[in-house]
Design a protein around this ligand. Structure first.
Ligand code: SF4
Length: 286
């Protein structure tokens, strides 16, 4: 049985004090033992950005990939070895900007990957430019006269793209985060957990204080998670900011629909070439 401390890494986070990403890291370390997962059974995959440094700060298998490319790598990894629990992660610029095409196709494909977005509505690593989720009229280094673009709503995009599990949590609410992560990882299919993870250094609008005052856990109020229209309504509510599980649907994940090739993980399939030829091929890539 694993414990939370088994997931501690020897590398300490270099995030700014107060960064919302700390809450998310803490919740992940709590949830894996609750699911009886050991470090060697988990793969964390990230893109580029402050939040994407997370695989270095947790003791699991991990891969820090390219900007916006966490999802192709995570899906490939899951198909190669679907005995592993795969958690992809990154920020809003990474996942909802440069990676948005991968995001949409991963959701309709429904590979069994949990995707956690640390959404702070700003580019933090590059010191404060407007991101796809920055508010209209928000002043940043790249929009000194105010952001002229409407922000993207990742939840309505996910619901419209066939995402089979859609959730959102503020990272300051760690118990709720743990509960939602647990359900997301248990879900058989693609699960989006969008998180409000404040950037205390560059975003002075979407602060811890703002979320503490405005979020409302819809799972405490009888929200029906099988009702997609109710999920759309909560995702577009304006008099409060809804958090919790918005929508969950049971449908075969991609691996289950590929029974002929994926009954066994791909890595267990015979290569149909000699070991010598296989090693030569691998050597070309390393
Ligand atoms: Fe977190 Fe913002 Fe600091 Fe990056 S710049 S570590 S997102 S607070």
């Amino acid at each position: 049985m694993s414990e939370s401390k088994d997931f501690n890494s020897s590398v300490h986070p270099d995030w700014c004090p107060g960064c919302g990403d700390f809450g998310l890291l803490s919740a992940l370390k709590k949830v894996f033992p609750l699911l009886n997962l050991e470090p060697h059974q988990i793969m964390t995959v990230s893109g580029i950005g402050c939040s994407s440094n997370l695989p270095g700060f947790i003791n699991t298998y991990g891969m820090h990939t390219l900007h916006g490319r966490a999802l192709p790598i995570a899906q490939g990894f899951k198909l190669a070895n679907h005995e592993m629990t795969v958690v992809a992660m990154g920020g809003d610029g990474d996942g909802y900007g440069i990676g948005v095409g991968h995001f949409v196709h991963a959701m309709r494909r429904n590979v069994d990957v949990t995707y956690v977005v640390m959404n702070n509505a700003i580019y933090g690593l590059t010191t404060g430019q407007t991101s796809p989720t920055s508010a209209l009229k928000m002043k940043t280094k790249s929009t000194p006269f105010g952001n002229p673009e409407l922000p993207l709503n990742p939840l309505t995009l996910a619901l419209a793209s066939g995402c089979s599990f859609v959730a959102r949590v503020y990272t300051g609410h760690v118990p709720q985060l743990v509960e939602v992560f647990k359900r997301a990882i248990q879900h058989q299919g693609f699960a989006l957990v969008d998180t409000f993870s404040p950037c205390v250094t560059f975003n002075k609008l979407d602060t811890h204080e703002f979320y503490k005052q405005n979020v409302k856990d819809i799972n405490q109020n009888g929200h029906d998670i099988s009702d997609i229209m109710a999920a759309f309504r909560e995702a577009t509510a304006t008099d409060y900011i809804a958090t919790g599980i918005f929508y969950a649907e049971e449908r075969p994940c991609y691996e289950a629909s590929e029974e002929e090739t994926l009954t066994e993980p791909l890595y267990k399939h015979p290569l149909s070439i000699s070991n010598e030829a296989g090693e030569k091929l691998i050597a070309e890539f390393v």
